[in-house]
Design a protein around this ligand. Structure first.
Ligand SMILES: O=C(O)CCC(=O)C(=O)O
Ligand SMILES: [Fe+2]
Length: 314
């Protein structure tokens, strides 16, 4: 079995963001995509999207300007530091520990942003444009993925989930792009035993689109409990569900734990790894009622839920 056999690859060519007219997809194709995607998100909580329509070149340019930022010295990067009470900006090495049971902070740095965040590196002219352009593409793609999921879940309105995310990129919605940088480990002393690049966790919003470079290291927890690699596949984007979507669907779609370990292989350990994650959250004033009307979980606004999760983390 190939490394990726456990995580399905879904061909999005009929509904990728390069398909200009959203209405041109046939009901049959939309239903087919909905079934395929919901099957993957029910069983594994993860899938790959190929033919998603975001140009490779755009992804490459965003990755390159991110690397340029992270390769600066700490003093330079500190000019863009995330304020304690803010969401956006740079967070330094080992500042976050996504699995609190790990013995040290995650061996990574990150930069959270939205086009209007107002915190941009002064000396990397391309950074703001490249990430803002990518943000716009990711919004389009995420909204299409929501249509597909709405159809797969057999909701009455195929635009229901899209409508609950109508303010992405504006006030009232904190969906954001996060550039994540995992520095090379050049010496044994860099880390302590049990330390990882990104600790075991599930994402807390509705949906995540993840773009990884060619280094690999992402692993996804299967129902049986073991972690399986989710290796980079050129031209694809990884899609996964967050806890709020699991709650919304009364546990039909699952928010699967995942992690990035420090590679054993020297060749992979000695180089930087870079990923770009688009974390999607519903508009803050949307009330999350179980979509199957089961009332398995009490209704809660997206704002209250996300605040609760956010303060848990920091
Ligand atoms: O960098 C990756 O591949 C995964 C990052 C991740 O899962 C996260 O930051 O939530
Ligand atoms: Fe994650």
């Amino acid at each position: 079995m190939s490394e990726t056999a456990k995580i399905p690859i879904i061909d999005f060519k009929t509904y990728g963001v390069n398909v200009e007219n959203e209405e041109s997809i046939s009901d049959e194709d939309l239903k087919k995509l909905g079934n395929e995607m919901c099957f993957a998100l029910e069983e594994i909580g993860f899938c790959y999207l190929k033919n998603h329509g975001i140009p490779d070149e755009q992804i490459k340019l965003a990755m390159e300007s991110s690397k340029q930022f992270f390769n600066q010295n700490v003093e330079e990067k500190s000019k863009c530091a995330k304020p304690d009470d803010g969401y956006f900006g740079w967070i330094g090495l080992e500042r976050e520990r996504l699995n609190p049971n790990r013995p040290a902070g995650d061996y990574k740095e990150a930069y959270g942003m939205i086009p209007e965040c107002g915190i941009w590196p002064p000396d990397i002219p391309n950074f703001q444009k490249m990430h803002s352009d990518l943000f716009s593409c990711c919004v389009k793609l995420a909204l299409r993925v929501f249509d597909v999921i709405s159809v797969g879940l057999k909701l009455e309105d195929k635009h229901f989930l899209r409508k609950c995310h109508s303010c992405i990129g504006q006030k009232g919605n904190i969906s954001n792009i996060r550039s994540i940088f995992y520095p090379a480990l050049t010496s044994k002393k860099d880390t302590i035993q049990g330390q990882v690049r990104c600790g075991e966790h599930s994402d807390y919003g509705t949906l995540t689109l993840l773009i990884q470079d060619s280094i690999g290291g992402l692993e996804v927890k299967m129902r049986e409990g073991e972690y399986e690699p989710a290796p980079p596949i050129p031209g694809t984007i990884v899609v996964n569900i967050g806890d709020l979507m699991q709650r919304w669907t009364a546990d039909k779609l699952i928010a699967t734990k995942h992690r990035v370990l420090i590679p054993n292989e020297v060749r992979k350990k000695m180089v930087d790894r870079q990923s770009l994650a688009f974390f999607v959250n519903p508009d803050e004033d949307v009330t999350i009622h179980c979509l199957d009307n089961s009332n398995k979980y009490d209704p809660i606004t997206s704002r209250d839920y996300l605040n609760m999760r956010f303060y848990e983390k920091f």
